[in-house]
Design a protein around this ligand. Sequence first.
Ligand SMILES: C[S@@+](CC[C@H](N)C(=O)[O-])C[C@H]1O[C@@H](n2cnc3c(N)ncnc32)[C@H](O)[C@@H]1O
Length: 254
Amino acid sequence: MPRASLRRPNPNLDLTPFLKEPESLPEIISSQTLFGNDKPLEIEVGSGKGLFIQTESARRPEHNYFGIEIARKYAAHCAARLARRERTNAMMLAGDATPLFAPFQTASNFQNNSFDEATATPIDGPPRIASGSLEAVHVYFPDPWWKKRHRKRRVLSEANIRQFSRALKVGGRLHFWTDVLDYFELTIELIAELAPELGVPLPETQRDSEHDLDYHTHFERRSRKFGIPVYRVCYRKRSDSKVVPVGTPSHASV
Ligand SMILES: C[S@@+](CC[C@H](N)C(=O)[O-])C[C@H]1O[C@@H](n2cnc3c(N)ncnc32)[C@H](O)[C@@H]1O
C-alpha cells in the first residue's frame, strides 16, 4: 500500500536541535552525549511519521527518546513534530540504524578507515551504543521485505537482533509490532534462538483509541482502520547477553 505524501516542514522551524545527521552524531550514543543528562534512553528504529516518538516523549518526560529513520524526509517530518512541541527529551537521526548498533566500530575508525596493517582488518573500537545501556528498543511495523532474497534487509535481521539485545540493560525492553504474520513468527523464532536472554515474548494489548490520532503509530492506525490484525509483543531482558561472534550462522531459515 503506497504511503501518503508528506507536508513540507515549516521553513521557519529550527530543526537543528531535533534532527541529527550521521556526520554530526557524537562518537558514543548515550543520554549524556545526546541530551546532556542521565535519563534512561529509549531508541525507536524506523520512526516513519513520528507519532510514537511524539506521544511517548510527552507521556514519559523522565526518559529520553532517540528516533532513527533512514528516509530523510520522514526523519525531518518527525523532527518538525518534536520542534513544534518544543520537546527537550526527543530527537531524530536521519540515517540507518544498523551501523550504529554494530559492534566494535566507532565513527572515527569507520571514517578514518583505520586498518591494522599487520592483519589488514579494521581496528576494533568500542560499540557506539554501549552494551547494557538502553532502557528500550522499539520496532513498529518494520518494512517486511517479502522476497526471501531481500530478507537480510529486514530491521529485525539476525545481526540486529543480537545487537539490540546486547545494547539493552537487564530489565530493558524490546517492543516489536507488525501486521505481517510471517515476519512476526520468524522473528519470534529467531529471538528465541539468538537472544534467549530476552526471555519469552509478552503479548501487548490493543488500546481503544479516543480520537483519530490516538494510535501507537501511523501504521497501527492504518492497519486497524482496514481491519488488518496486528501482532504485538514486548521482551524484557532477563540476563546479560552471551557474546556471540558476528557472522555466527543460525539454523533458522531466514
Ligand atoms: C513501514 S514503516 C513504519 C513506520 C512507523 N514505525 C509506523 O509504525 O508508522 C518502516 C519505516 O522504517 C524505516 N527504516 C527501514 N529500515 C531502516 C533502518 N535500517 N534504519 C532506520 N529506519 C529504517 C523506513 O524508512 C520506514 O519509514
